[in-house]
Design a protein around this ligand. Structure first.
Ligand code: FMN
Length: 365
């Protein structure tokens, strides 16, 4: 209770700063341990997750299905602190082979009236060598996925993903090929079926070479802005090429009707509440198109236990969030987990896995 109040006050205080400065302050506070001291009950005693929330897609032990989406911890600085805050897994990145500064600031905008964010960061990150050395220093458990991107100037995109896989796959719980950020020119074109097939083959070969025994699962993160044909093509390639899962979805370049914030016409990807319906629809479609054969991670506008539960029923094995954390603070994670456990039990499910995709089955509760 108190932790939640402190978390809400902390996030409200952070929102008085320019958005990117606020993010940097949050990362510093988490890195130094100040945030944990401020948020945790004393003495610090992490509460174990409700067993109904545990699942093991790809044979990996997820204590709960609520993950931190890519972009918050781009440089693998605070993944363990975020796991201690209660996330069931954390995705770091997007990471590119070489460090790069990203787009000029300002490039991150809050849309508080819409519970949304627009960003055009452009893969600012410290590069894969720095991220690898931080991941090598990990001493605790917990699943950390690595999300890979390409450098802005790279012409042959696949070489960048190959490099990322070669260095980072041995350190990753799972690997993500991100072909869906709207802020790197040409990136989303890699979702075209021919290009995607070639990319998936090269990355798979690099993955098998980097981790010959027990390679981590290989996931593809897709955009929400896809026509029905695009979705069919991606599902087919994912199944044919043996991808292990899909993350649905990245931010949207669309601007749904009714946005109220003055920043609504800033260029970049929109996340948060206005993305919710679209990413839910694409998730539902992708589950149907892949016949429930691939674990999916649902992301986009999730801000409550009910949102997480709806995504799981529509086909997500796991969920992620970012934007809601900006508005709700870190106590949100515990609230989502408690509400989700209650909703699962109320519908008679004794495990999360039973509920995955149940909306697609007629006899479901
Ligand atoms: C500031 C910001 C930076 C992001 N950076 C990345 C990134 O580097 N790679 C990526 O795959 N997604 C990135 N995302 C997208 C999120 O991972 C997520 O897919 C999207 O924001 C939708 O979830 P949400 O509505 O819960 O924020 C970023 C999002 C935000 C708001």
């Amino acid at each position: 209770m108190f932790e939640d109040l402190r978390g809400r006050l902390g996030s409200r205080l952070l929102r008085t700063f320019e958005p990117e400065t606020a993010h940097q302050l949050a990362i510093q506070a988490l890195r130094s341990g100040v945030a944990e001291l401020a948020l945790m009950p004393v003495p610090f005693a992490p509460k174990p997750d409700d067993p109904v929330l545990a699942s093991d897609p790809w044979g990996l032990p997820f204590p709960n299905p609520v993950g931190l989406a890519a972009g918050f911890d781009k440089n693998a600085e605070v993944h363990d602190a975020m796991l201690r805050l209660g996330f069931g897994f954390v995705e770091v990145g997007s990471v590119t082979p070489r460090p790069q500064p990203g787009n000029p600031r300002p490039r991150l905008f809050r849309l508080p009236e819409d519970r949304a964010v627009i960003n055009r960061m452009g893969f600012n990150n410290d590069g894969m060598t720095a991220v690898a050395s931080r991941l090598r220093q990990r001493r605790t458990g917990g699943i950390v996925g690595v999300n890979l991107g390409k450098n802005k100037e790279t012409q042959d995109a696949a070489t960048d993903y190959e490099k990322g896989v070669a260095l980072l796959a041995p350190l990753a719980g799972y690997v993500v090929i991100n072909v869906s950020s709207p802020n790197t020119p040409g990136l989303r074109a890699l979702q075209d079926p021919a290009l995607l097939t070639a990319l998936a083959r090269r990355v798979r070969a690099a993955l098998n070479a980097a981790v010959p025994a027990g390679a981590p699962p290989l996931l593809l993160k897709i955009a929400p802005d896809l026509t029905p044909e695009d979705r069919e093509d991606i599902a087919r390639v994912a199944l044919d090429e043996g991808l292990d899962g899909l993350i649905v979805s990245n931010t949207t370049i669309g601007r749904p009707e009714g946005l109220r914030s003055p920043h609504r016409d800033e260029a970049g990807g929109l996340s948060g509440e206005p993305l919710k319906a679209l990413s839910m629809e694409v998730l539902r479609d992708m589950y149907a198109l892949t016949q429930g054969r691939l674990p999916l991670i649902g992301v986009g506008g999730i801000a409550s236990g009910a949102d997480a539960y709806a995504r799981i029923r529509a086909g997500a094995s796991l969920v992620q969030l970012y934007t809601a954390l900006v508005y709700e603070g870190p106590g949100l994670v515990a609230r989502i987990k408690a509400d989700l456990a209650r909703l699962l039990r109320a519908d008679g499910f004794s495990s999360l896995a039973e509920a995955v995709g149940c909306d697609h089955r007629r006899e479901s509760p």
